[in-house]
Write a protein that binds this ligand. Structure first.
Ligand SMILES: Nc1ncnc2c1ncn2[C@@H]1O[C@H](COP(=O)(O)OP(=O)(O)OP(=O)(O)O)[C@@H](O)[C@H]1O
Ligand SMILES: *[C@@H]1O[C@H](CO)[C@@H](O)[C@H](O)[C@H]1NC(C)=O
Ligand SMILES: *[C@@H]1O[C@H](CO)[C@@H](O)[C@H](O)[C@H]1NC(C)=O
Ligand SMILES: *[C@@H]1O[C@H](CO)[C@@H](O)[C@H](O)[C@H]1NC(C)=O
Ligand SMILES: *[C@@H]1O[C@H](CO)[C@@H](O)[C@H](O)[C@H]1NC(C)=O
Ligand SMILES: *[C@@H]1O[C@H](CO)[C@@H](O)[C@H](O)[C@H]1NC(C)=O
Ligand SMILES: *[C@@H]1O[C@H](CO)[C@@H](O)[C@H](O)[C@H]1NC(C)=O
Ligand SMILES: [Mg+2]
Length: 678
């Protein structure tokens, strides 16, 4: 029982020969740890593979089972039956070409020092090719050597005392799987492992040699079957069994993977699953795992690449900008859309400051500087005029005044322009004046806002290198900073819609109630049309009423007319905002109201310039005196204008932008209006 266990253990290990029956039978499954007698280049590789030759020029190698065996019966001196099988592989660096060969040898010595390499297979030498001592070999020859009458360069031969084979056949086997055992060629140096069987029957004195691919069971018909009496060949002394191999000039490895031997009986069959693997030569054959993983990996890689591409295209689209050569000079004022997108949290709704006539305004914080900005998205349909506009916007960006909303820069996208301003934390004055939920602003603040706006407008009109007409002065374009200082915003923006100078197509731009009569008539904005709008703004601040208010029965009350009426009736102070509850500077209030009327004079030339207005507000000029004739003259002029404007249709409008025919000055709302002029 213990012995059996030991045997199983040993044979499982597969390395050491199982040496049973007095050394007459053994089997190597791989040669790791085996006590072989090696010479030449023969070596046992770490995996257990016996490598007889390597790529070295003209070498020979031998490997013998260490203990010699008696091939003759002791008493009768007749050759005993024996049988052996081994698995080998001839691996060369070239397809179909390898060095001389490998042989199974039985010889009385392991000393082959006088033998030659090359075609001598490490067995004999050049003196004759015949041996001085008995030698049996089965050669696996891959080179045709005419000297030894080789049949081809891929043959198996039985050699007795000579390299001239007694019998040789091209390598191959009779395939039992095919009916009738068809012969199949084999290529010895195919790099594939093959098994060779050598069987000698001492009774019939027949030597059989059988070859087959490693996975094919031993074919019934041997490749070679030679009648030979080995009794005369075998020495009386014990002889060695083993292998010999030689190399010449071709890169070749001769490997033996496993070997079994038996005297007086069959060699133990080799368990092919326990043989060592051949080393990899050339590209590694693709594994099953790779077959699955590789396409999957490739597919996911392609998918990832596609996704990335789509992402970048999407991102490009998303953050796409329009930039043209002529903009280079405005470079510093240009913002990247991506930065604005990031600053405003992707133009989130909760960052919306308001919606105006030109578009939506978002609050944002610029990344490195923490600068608070307001981004106005202005859509425009045509590229026409954009260039001039950008030029103007940028030049306007150079305007610096403490009562102007600073324009920081711009960004262009398709059909869209983004303007970046300083953010005014208290929003627009319009909200403070008219939103009942907002606390009323006290008079001193109103007066200082009015003065501030006047000074900003004066700067635009007169103090800068060229005259800038604001075109859209109104309460909603007056923005308040933290200290409630008034800043005039949106100057020049109306120009985007008012680039043409052709009177036929000129659009009137401005806001209902703030439009000077001559602006409606001619469509031409001048500093004096700004003064008119400023006058309306003065009245709006003082009275807390919109320029055009809806009264009972859809009656529209025009603020200017309404104040004029009060002035005529001598009750101008009754026009002051009731939310102030009487708490205001009397003189200042009268000044603002009268100045408002003066600035809204129907005739442009009757209006004061902004410098004059500034002088009034600063108290450098006495309050203007409005004679009663002013009233009647103004009323007359107003009527004249209404008659003149009878051609236009009136529109009522919401707070959204409208492009419409212009209504009579006295009707409409405070919405921005773009109108056809004639
Ligand atoms: N620089 C800014 N800082 C803070 N809030 C701003 C700024 N610019 C605009 N806003 C807010 O956005 C709102 C919309 O502004 P926008 O200028 O687009 O419209 P509007 O002034 O009402 O009309 P218009 O288009 O004629 O100028 C304003 O009412 C204001 O509350
Ligand atoms: C071949 O064998 C020689 C001698 O053992 C050794 O020095 C050499 O490294 C071997 N070459 C290869 C490629 O195995
Ligand atoms: C190997 O075999 C030789 C010859 O039989 C013997 O002298 C030697 O002791 C053996 N070595 C081992 C490690 O078995
Ligand atoms: C050839 O081999 C024989 C033994 O096989 C030996 O006696 C002889 O000296 C060898 N000749 C040469 C030249 O090595
Ligand atoms: C060589 O072998 C032949 C037989 O094949 C023999 O006749 C001859 O004498 C041998 N020559 C030598 C030098 O051994
Ligand atoms: C096998 O090889 C021989 C020559 O070695 C050749 O004549 C024959 O056609 C081959 N047969 C096949 C099936 O390849
Ligand atoms: C050798 O082969 C022949 C023919 O196939 C067979 O009859 C004989 O038994 C075989 N001898 C040995 C020892 O296998
Ligand atoms: Mg505005």
């Amino acid at each position: 029982m213990l012995a059996l266990l030991l045997f199983i253990l040993l044979s499982r290990q597969g390395e050491v020969a199982s040496s049973l029956d007095d050394g007459r039978e053994f089997a190597y499954h791989g040669f790791a740890g085996a006590n072989l007698t090696l010479d030449g280049l023969a070596t046992i590789l770490p995996g257990g593979l016996l490598a007889l030759t390597n790529f070295t020029y003209q070498t020979k190698a031998h490997a013998f089972h260490p203990s010699p065996m008696h091939f003759l019966t002791k008493t009768t001196s007749v050759a005993r039956s024996f049988s052996t099988s081994f698995v080998f592989a001839i691996v060369s660096g070239y397809d179909g070409l390898s060095d001389h060969g490998l042989a199974f040898v039985v010889a009385p010595t392991t000393d082959f020092s006088t033998a030659n390499a090359g075609q001598y297979l490490g067995l004999l030498n050049a003196t004759n090719g015949t041996a001085s001592h008995p030698i049996l070999a089965v050669e696996l020859d891959t080179i045709l050597t005419p000297e030894f009458r080789d049949i081809n360069s891929n043959h198996v031969g039985i050699d007795v005392n000579s390299l001239v084979s007694r019998q040789a056949r091209p390598a191959g086997y009779y395939d039992d799987a095919a009916g009738g055992g068809a012969f199949r060629n084999l290529s010895l140096n195919s790099r594939e492992p093959m098994q060779l069987w050598v069987d000698y029957d001492g009774v019939s004195k027949q030597l059989n040699v059988t070859l087959a691919p490693v996975h094919v069971p031993k074919p019934k018909n041997p490749l070679l079957s030679e009648a030979v009496d080995l009794s005369t060949l075998m020495a009386a002394d014990a002889m060695y069994a083993g292998f010999s191999a030689s190399s010449g000039v071709v890169f070749t490895h001769h490997y033996v993977l496993g070997w079994s031997f038996g005297l007086d009986g069959p060699a133990p069959p080799l368990d092919l699953s326990r043989l060592p693997a051949l080393p990899r030569l050339g590209p590694k054959p693709r594994s099953k795992v790779l077959d699955v993983v590789l396409p999957l990996a490739t597919a996911s890689l392609v998918a990832a690449a596609l996704a990335t591409t789509f992402f970048f295209v999407w991102r490009r689209r998303r953050f796409a900008e329009v930039r043209e050569d002529w903009e280079d000079e405005f470079g510093p004022h240009r913002y990247a859309y991506k930065d604005l997108h990031r600053a405003t949290d992707g133009f989130r709704e909760r960052n919306l400051l308001g919606v105006g006539g030109f578009g939506r305004v978002y609050k944002g914080v610029l990344s490195p500087s923490n600068l608070e900005i307001a981004v106005k998205r202005v859509s425009h349909d045509s590229r026409q005029g954009v260039r001039e506009f950008v030029a103007e916007v940028v030049s306007i960006g150079r305007l610096r005044h403490r009562n102007l909303v600073q324009l920081l820069g711009y960004c262009r996208r398709k059909d869209e322009l983004l303007l970046v301003y300083d953010c005014m934390s208290n929003g627009s004055l319009e909200k403070h004046l008219h939103d009942p939920h907002m606390p009323a602003i006290f008079w001193p603040e109103r007066y200082s806002i009015v003065k501030g706006v006047a000074s900003g407008l004066l700067y635009l009109h007169e103090d800068w290198e060229k005259v800038v007409v604001h075109r859209d002065i109104k309460a909603s374009n007056v923005l308040l900073d933290e200290q409630m200082n008034g800043h005039l915003g949106d100057f020049g923006l109306a120009r985007l819609y008012d680039h043409g100078t052709d009177a036929q197509t000129t659009h009137v731009v401005g806001t209902m109630g703030y439009l000077a009569p001559e602006l409606v008539r001619t469509g031409k904005a001048t500093p004096l049309t700004d003064v008119f709008a400023f006058g309306v703004f003065l009245l709006e601040v003082a009275c807390g009423r919109r320029p055009i208010e809806r009264g009972e029965h859809d009656n529209r009350v025009v603020l200017v007319d309404w104040v004029l009426e009060h002035h005529r009736g001598g009750s101008i102070l009754e026009a002051v905002d009731p939310r102030l509850m009487g708490k205001f500077d009397l003189e200042e209030a009268i000044l603002v109201l009268k100045l408002g009327l003066l600035c809204t004079h129907p005739l442009p030339n009757a209006r004061p310039g902004m410098r004059k207005v500034m002088q009034y507000l600063e108290g450098d000029q006495p309050t203007p005196d409005l004679p009663p004739t002013y009233v009647s003259y103004a009323m007359m002029a107003l009527m004249q204008i209404e008659g003149f404007d009878s051609y236009v249709m009136s529109t009522s409008s919401s707070t959204s932008p409208t492009v419409a025919s212009i209504g009579a000055v006295s009707c409409g709302s405070s919405a921005t209006v773009l109108a056809e002029g004639r």
